[in-house]
Ligand binder design. Structure first.
Ligand code: ZN
Length: 456
């Protein structure tokens, strides 16, 4: 009999080992897996789906239910106009004996009903329960669609029915789309982690109190295993949101250990109700797809290669626009005002520069399709030349042009030279091949920071 050795690569963390062990235990004990997805519980006025998830998880754990792996925070298509504030959905997996499943469902549904901003018209929560050990390829494809494109409530309902998932809609129940997508996203290719600390109810809506120097120290100690803690140009703290949501701070990083260690350095100057670590598609570029210009569509986020066909110019509002072309067409690219110093890099581009651009396309029927730049890679900077008038061969003075194609003359000694006597000088460009990104303050949740490419 042949003995086979299976090598798990990358080597499982202790948490993953526990999860593998857990699968064996649940098989023995006839436990069932329950995947739970939640979305669209927040509004511009408050709440956050990550908090609803954190409370539901805490309540389940207090009753003795255990989570399988890390809960997931899945960011959805950032270009969609119907999106909620941060457009994130959450999902987590628990295992329980069959007869306990109804209790779990009840706790989750009650938590959503209690915490969701149901009084706000645009908040339409959805909860999905999926009892199955396998996330099907179709569920994964649906998840990808919701991150990169748009899916309807009807599509979500049809897929849920097909795979036998249970659908709970609050009001219009638009959240079932993200809830099902969060379950279906298995974070197989790339992922990051975020540790989120929540405020106690009496502090929500008030200015966040956090010791600034402790955040700087945390960044010094843990960057780049954590990232986007500070904006390097302005020194602005980026771990605290500016919305009325219950989050005090969120630390993003490569591993659960890194974000946990980082949080131990951060001094909060107000009480923390609870913390949670989510595994997430933030900072992974999962929203992007490589396309030719003619294929680009509103609501997509794209990677396009092309040549600058119209040099950058600044429009009212401080936005910088240029045009890019490939063999299929042309498209506008924009570095909007909030991208600040990134615009200075874009302004250095000239016609004929070869680029790879990354960014989202918002649906704006009144305007030509425009890529809202997240990153630019200069593949090849075009050579730039400058004409220089010749020097007078007799007295050495720089000669003056007599007009287009009329040659040159020396003002001092009246010597003349014919047209074509000028020197063509190649000018050193102030930008060369390389990758450039918007600052953290303007970065999309899903956009992969360049530092992750360098380190990872
Ligand atoms: Zn002269």
């Amino acid at each position: 009999m042949a003995i086979r050795f299976y090598v798990l690569y990358p080597l499982p963390s202790s948490k993953e080992k526990m999860s593998i062990l857990g699968e064996v235990v649940s098989y023995v004990e006839k436990m069932v897996l329950l995947h739970i997805g939640i979305d669209d519980t927040d509004s511009r006025q408050g709440m956050c789906t990550t908090y609803v998830g954190a409370v539901a998880i805490r309540r389940l754990e207090q009753m003795g239910f255990k989570l399988r792996g890390y809960p997931k925070l899945i960011r959805l298509n950032p270009n969609w106009k119907m999106k909620t504030r941060g457009n994130c959905a959450i999902a987590f997996t628990t295992s329980a004996k069959k007869e306990q499943i109804p209790i779990i469902k009840e706790i989750v549904l009650k938590t959503v009903a209690e915490l969701a901003e149901l009084h706000v018209e645009t908040t339409n929560p959805g909860v999905i329960f999926y009892q199955g050990s396998r996330i099907t390829e179709e569920m994964k494809a649906f998840s990808k669609k919701v991150v990169q494109d748009i899916a309807t409530i009807e599509e979500a309902e049809a897929l849920a029915k097909k795979v036998g998932a249970e659908v709970h809609k609050f009001k219009l129940g638009r959240g079932i789309v993200g809830a099902l997508a969060a379950i279906g996203n298995t974070l197989e290719n790339d992922w990051t982690f975020e540790l989120i600390a929540y405020r106690t109810p009496e502090n929500r809506g008030k200015p966040r109190r956090i010791d600034r120097s402790s955040v700087e120290e945390m960044n010094r100690k843990t960057y780049p295993s954590t990232f986007d803690n500070l904006d390097p140009a302005t020194g602005e703290i980026r771990i605290t949101p500016h919305t009325p949501c219950p989050i005090l701070y969120g630390i993003r990083g490569e591993t659960p250990q890194a974000v946990k260690k980082a949080s131990e350095t951060v001094k909060a100057l107000e009480p923390i109700e609870q913390t949670i670590i989510y595994k997430t598609n933030q900072g992974t570029d999962e929203h992007l797809r490589k396309v030719k210009i003619a294929e680009a569509k509103p609501n997509w986020s794209v990677i396009v290669e092309g040549t600058v066909s119209k040099a950058p110019h600044t429009i009212p509002g401080g936005h910088v626009i240029f045009r890019l072309k490939d063999e299929t067409g042309e498209i506008d690219c924009a570095a909007y005002e909030p991208t600040r110093q990134f615009r200075d890099i874009i302004r250095k581009l000239i016609a004929r520069d070869r680029l790879r651009v990354y960014g989202g396309i918002k649906e704006k029927p009144e305007l030509p399709l425009t890529i809202n730049l997240e990153k630019v890679e200069v593949l090849e900077a075009a050579p730039l030349f400058r004409k220089e008038n010749p020097r007078c061969q007799r007295c050495g003075k720089r000669m003056k042009s007599e007009g287009k194609n009329k040659g040159y003359s020396c003002k001092r000694c009246k010597t003349k030279l014919p047209a074509g006597s000028e020197k063509i000088i190649r000018v050193k460009r102030s930008i060369g091949a390389g990758k450039f990104e918007v600052p953290p303050r303007a970065r999309r949740h899903l956009a992969k920071p360049l530092i992750r490419e360098i380190v990872g």
